[in-house]
Design a protein around this ligand. Structure first.
Ligand SMILES: [Zn+2]
Length: 77
């Protein structure tokens, strides 16, 4: 299973559950105080994060802008 060309690999979830030894996927670089690190998340937490991103998008653009297929990212099979 891949998402945006990145594969699921066993590792630690950097998001909400903090579990280890589970399939996680690279989400992107995280930056804090000038330090960069690769951020990984499990399927469950990535779904939670995607929900938050959608809420953020709706809050910024209004409900009518949600569901615009041209704006969706990270939903490829
Ligand atoms: Zn998780």
């Amino acid at each position: 299973m891949t998402n945006n060309g990145h594969a699921w690999t066993p590792g630690m979830c950097w998001l909400y559950c903090r579990r280890t030894g589970i399939p996680v996927i690279w989400l992107g670089p995280a930056t804090t105080e000038g330090i960069h690190a690769p951020m990984y998340g499990c399927a469950h937490c990535v779904a939670e994060l995607e929900h938050m991103i959608r809420q953020h998008f709706i809050a910024r653009n209004g409900p009518r802008a949600s569901g615009n297929p041209g704006e969706r990212q990270g939903t490829s099979e």
